[in-house]
Design a protein around this ligand. Sequence first.
Ligand SMILES: [Zn+2]
Ligand SMILES: [Zn+2]
Ligand SMILES: [Zn+2]
Length: 355
Amino acid sequence: MEKQALLSATGSPGYDDSINPAPIPASSVAAFPEVPQDEEWASAPPAEMLDDVAGYEGTIAGGEGNFVLPPISITEGTRRDEPRPQREWRLISLQYRLESFTESRSTEWKMVPFKGQFVDSSAYGMAPLPWNIIVPMPPMFQDNVSKVPVPHTSSTKGCHSCMTLGKIACTKCTATGMVKCWVCKGRGYQFNDNRCTHCNGTGLQRCDNCSGHGTRACQTCRGSGQLMLFIQLTVKWKNNIFEGIADRESGLPLGLYSKINGQNIFTEQQSRVNPIVSFPDSQINRASQTAIQEHAAQLARTSPIIQQRQTIEFIPITQVHYEWKEKEYSYFTCGTENRVYSPDYPAKCCCCSIL
Ligand SMILES: [Zn+2]
Ligand SMILES: [Zn+2]
Ligand SMILES: [Zn+2]
């Protein structure tokens, strides 16, 4: 069979843009202050600190964030027994695969220490709705995550952890800066009634937790006393895979197929693929129909499908029977690389590529 290449991968994502007619230009996102993507942000702010932002009602602080619904509505195969003089059987194995590349979006409140950076507040405009924010698309059919601040949702607040002071009392020395001398246990003298030389008889020494200051920098605001709050949009791209093997008669464990390279004989890619109906092996047609139905049911609501790709691979398998010490054994050679699978190999060796 000839390789078929159908629609190209360059089509636009399968959104209905008419429902969200005004995507926000990328510059709106770029205008937001620089926040390193990997930075571990401080813990969640209390609910009373959070502003009301239209379109983001119900967005919570911390945790995994809440999902934002999109703005819209096998190798049973053909075994051909061909007894050959050397008791060798050629089997045909076919592998069907459907990949559905999906995108999901969720939002949550975040906060960072405020140190005078630009605050993209509601004074600069209305916050765009989650699905109107343009986020650069990563390569198709690969899992990926991107986190961006939602434009115009930032504000500054006094830090709730330190009452805007930027520092908190040291708990080890109860803000005195001094703790009991560890040598004389706070008595000021040692066993023989000699004055303790470590603390000069005071019974106290400097607190090493706060270096004697009695306070420590607040971890929430990193000492600034102020926080910047904003809504963060998390975009997750996932490649969902359905695989079906057509050849259970070969006796080859299904788990091995992922290690075998086959030859691609059919590829179709577009925003939505249609079930294959006219492939000579009806199991492939059924696998295609099942896969497309399953993915549509599982993914449609929260994770719109951006692009789908379905492929059929031809996997050559040869089963060879042989005798050794008057006992019968068999092995398989599989795939385009002729890898060997030998479940009952009588003498272990390390000279061949065994799966
Ligand atoms: Zn202290
Ligand atoms: Zn002492
Ligand atoms: Zn603080």
